[in-house]
Design a protein around this ligand. Sequence first.
Ligand code: FAD
Length: 106
Amino acid sequence: PPDVEELGRSSWTLLHSITATYPEAPTPNDQSNVKQFLGLFGKLYPCWVCAEDFQVFMERNKVRAESRDEFGMWMCEAHNDVNRKLGKKEFDCAKWEERWRTGWKD
Ligand code: FAD
């Protein structure tokens, strides 16, 4: 089976990168695409317990993707849900864009 940690780091990189390149003003089609993608991602993610919990999260927290910032925040919250479950530090979501799009200013 895949290494759950390595798979996780690579997958979060992909997921946050998708939010970083998402349009600021998405069309209804853009919004529909990310919802379909995440729905299937939740079914196909090759760590079954992870996938199951992610699907439950998405049922309780519908994907918000009416703007890049909203989608980036939603993804950050989804990642924090996993961080909490694993006893990791929560990430400050005000900084998602700095981490994944514009780069740290230091
Ligand atoms: P990661 O959590 O992989 O984070 C990588 C980097 O992202 C961090 O270094 C930080 O810079 C940044 N970051 C951290 N938090 C946030 C945030 N909230 N928003 C934006 N950026 C952030 N593992 C399990 O053991 N059990 C599970 O049930 C499980 N479920 C998962 C579900 C999904 C959908 C995904 C993608 C992964 C899941 N994982 C799960 C893997 C887990 O989340 C971690 O990826 C893995 O434990 C490695 O953690 P890490 O400490 O290296 O950093």
